[in-house]
Design a protein around this ligand. Sequence first.
Ligand code: SAM
Length: 307
Amino acid sequence: MWSVGLRAVLVEGDAMDAPDSHSTLASNVEVYDEISDHYIQFIRQDIQSKSRILAAFDTVDAAPGNDERGQRLHVDFGCGPGNVLIWSEDWAKERNCRRIGLDVSIRNLQNVLKRTDALVVLGDATCMPFRDGIASVVSEASVLHHIMDWKAVISETCRISNENAVILLDNEPSKEGLDWGWLARTVFESRFVYYWFLSYFSPKHRNFRNPRLAKLNYYEAECHNQPGLGFDPDEIECTFEASGFRARILRRCGAVLETGSGTNSYKTNILLALSGKNWKDPRYGILTMVARPALADRKDSTRKLIG
Ligand SMILES: C[S@@+](CC[C@H](N)C(=O)[O-])C[C@H]1O[C@@H](n2cnc3c(N)ncnc32)[C@H](O)[C@@H]1O
C-alpha cells in the first residue's frame, strides 16, 4: 500500500541519500512531525480559504453519491493537522459525506484524529491506497508544491475520483508568481536571520529558532515553491486532460472562486515589486484549480444551456 519512497523513509530510514523524490518526502515527514502542533496555532488560519474551498465543493452538489449506502467520500490528501477537514465539517455532515485525511506525517494524523471525526491514512499522494472511483471530492491545499512527482499525484486524484467528482487543488505557486529578480531573491534569502532573531520574541516565528529545520522546510520540503520554479498552469491543465478531466485554473482567488477576487500577502507584493512586476496583476497570484471529469463537465454545461 505504501509507495517505494514512503517505505524507504519510514521503514528503511535511509531516504536522505536516495533519489530527490525520496529526500523531499523524508524532509516533509521530519518537518511536519516536528511542527504539526505549531502549525495548528499559527499557520494557514485564514477564513478566506474556507469559503473558497466550500465554493469548490459545492460544484459536486448536483451529483449523486456513489457507494452502496449512497454515501459520498471526501479524501483530503496532505491534510496536515486537519485545516481543510475542519473547514468542511458542516458541509460534509449536511451531505452525509465520510472523510479521510491522507498524509505522510504521523504527528499530523494524530492531530487530525484529535480535532475531527475523519478517518486517517498514512500514505503517499503519489500512490494513494484507495480503489478506483471511490471519491466524490478529492482536495488538497498547499500540498502539490511539496511533492516532486506532482504529475503522479494529479493522475492519482483522477483515478480515485468517481464520474461526478470534483477535485480541488488550492494555494499553489505559479511560475509567474515565483519569477523573481536578484534583489527579491536576496531579500527573501535574508529572512532566515531576521526570523531567527524574531523567534525569541514572537511565538508565530518559533519555528525559525532551529535554522536547520526552517531551511529543510523551505528548500527541501517545499520543492516546487522556489524562486524560478512554481507551476505552469497549462501543464497542469494538460496533465488533467491526460486522465480525462477538465481543469479550471483560477488565480489569486479570495473568498470566492473568481480570478482576481483576493489579494496577495504584503510580503509577496514587496517581492514582486522588487522584481519589477505589477503585483496587482492576478497572473502573479496563487493558483486554485477545480477539475471535473470531462464528461460530467460537458453534461453540466448542456444542462445550463437548455435551462
Ligand atoms: C503546507 S502543509 C498543508 C496542510 C493542510 N493541507 C493545510 O491546508 O493546512 C503540506 C502537507 O503535505 C504533506 N505531504 C507532503 N508530501 C506528501 C505526500 N507525498 N503525500 C501526502 N502528503 C504529503 C505534509 O506532511 C504536510 O502535512
